[in-house]
Design a protein around this ligand. Sequence first.
Ligand code: GLN
Length: 336
Amino acid sequence: MQIMESSTHRDNLVEANLPPHPTHLQTVLQELYQQYQPLRAGKVASYIPELSKMNPDWFSICITTVDGQRYEVGDFQQLFTIQSIAKVFAYGLALEDHGSDFVLTKVGVEPTGEAFNAIILDEKFKRPYNPMVNPGAISITSLIKGDDQSERLQRLLDMFHRYIGHASFIDVPTYVSERTTGHRNRAIAHLMLNCGMIDQKIDDALDLYFQQSSLMVNCRDLATMAATLANKGINPITTERAVEACYVKDILSVMYTCGMYNFAGEWAYKVGLPAKSGVSGGILVVVPNRMGIGIFSPLLDERGNSVRGVKVCEALSAQLGLHLFDCAAQAGWSDE
Ligand code: GLN
């Protein structure tokens, strides 16, 4: 197990307006790691052959604060494919490319209460329900601007670079694996084409979708990407802007209501923070104006969310008083 702390602690954390007892942050992470490491519930995703090769023991928890302090425990340098967490960032790029009014005509913002790959479309408004489930995410990739497919991919990679703070790459075996076995996603795209919800170039949209899902990140990257959203779109490590500030609230609202698939309601109730999960076992959580949290553990529950990840987030939210509507805890922060 690796444990690292790279902060000067209390002074910086108080400046970042963090919850009470910030000096405990690293200790809290270590304790949660010890507590949930023995938990073996859940299964590694196997519907994409490459994903089934992941080690079920991998587990890490990372925090990046909006003033750039990092707290990390476990396998936080282990690379894995980002999967559905990419949907959040592609949505941001589509908003920048077209503006929120236009994007809203193409993809709604209503939770489905269904699985991420459910074949369900809002036929009345001729659009997928939201950008966090597969139909919406495929429609979003069809909106990414670029003269050709390689320019669109490059724009996506550049965008991820700004959030992560360093270049990242696509894992070709996973991409090929997704591309060859993604029949359900192809069916979704064809259905959308049939209903006039997406333009003709569905193969390009699908390809970009499979590529973005196969981007390699580690748990530390997830925390930094989340902290960038928590920090009004500016990466707190590089200080580079990753997304226009005016779109951060759109992204976070959709994460809050739709980011955890058919667990989104219970997540909002218990954890109370905008988040996004992926089938490789990552969860990215934003604590607006305070910090980004990344969790990685590939054992998934039946909804496709990381079992340890959900447990850790419930505990972190409760212990640190992070729930957005926990008025009592937040009053305590400003009294500090
Ligand atoms: N590549 C995955 C798919 O579309 C992404 C799913 C996910 O992480 N929930 O099937």
